[in-house]
Write a protein that binds this ligand. Structure first.
Ligand SMILES: [Cu+2]
Length: 187
């Protein structure tokens, strides 16, 4: 009875999809288009489950920059009160906490042309779309069904015998291991 329950559990564990990754995600803003003009960052960001611990990576040419701004400056495309400004063309910004973050390009005309990004960061680990699942050990890869090798085979042959008699010695060791294994089975 217990054994059949265990087998059922193993089957269920093997068939269940892998748990959602709890690791931080590194988002390249705009994906292959990077941080540039003529990209709709509203649609790029929509549906992405930004969470605390993730990273935004802005990749752009020297024509652009990244300014993190307040919501009102985001709405008005003003960099006058920018919280931080970056121009290193490969800017990684850590989303350290839940909340809204606003980024615009500092080049005149670019923000009003659509080069602006707003993201809503959720608290780490509180993804609303995925129910909380109990932590399962990573045994789903099929390793659970394969028998572990007998303990005797991992024994290394005696060192210091690496000369002429090595082959004979290892054969003797193998024979001894077989004998020991037989003794275990019989006993
Ligand atoms: Cu720009």
């Amino acid at each position: 009875m217990e054994r059949s329950l265990l087998i059922v559990f193993l089957l269920v564990a093997a068939a269940a999809p892998p748990p959602p990754p709890a690791l931080a995600t590194d988002y390249t803003v705009g994906d292959s288009q990077g941080w540039s003009t003529n990209v709709d960052y509203g649609s790029w960001a929509s549906g992405k489950p930004f969470k605390a611990g993730d990273t935004l990576e802005f990749q752009y040419s020297s024509l652009h920059s990244v300014a993190e701004v307040t919501k009102s400056d985001y709405d008005s495309c003003s960099t006058g009160g920018a919280l931080k400004t970056y121009s290193d063309q490969n800017t990684k910004i850590a989303l350290t906490a839940a909340g809204d973050r606003y980024f615009i390009c500092g080049t005149p005309g670019h923000c009003s042309g659509g080069m602006k990004l707003a993201v809503t960061v959720a608290a780490s680990g509180s993804s609303p779309s995925t129910p909380s699942t109990p932590a399962t050990p990573p045994t789903g890869g099929g390793t659970g069904s394969s028998p572990s090798p007998p303990a005797g085979t991992t024994k290394s042959p005696p060192v210091g015998n690496n000369g002429a008699g090595a082959g004979c010695g290892s054969g003797w060791v193998r024979g001894a291991a077989v004998l020991v294994g037989l003794g275990l089975v019989m006993g």
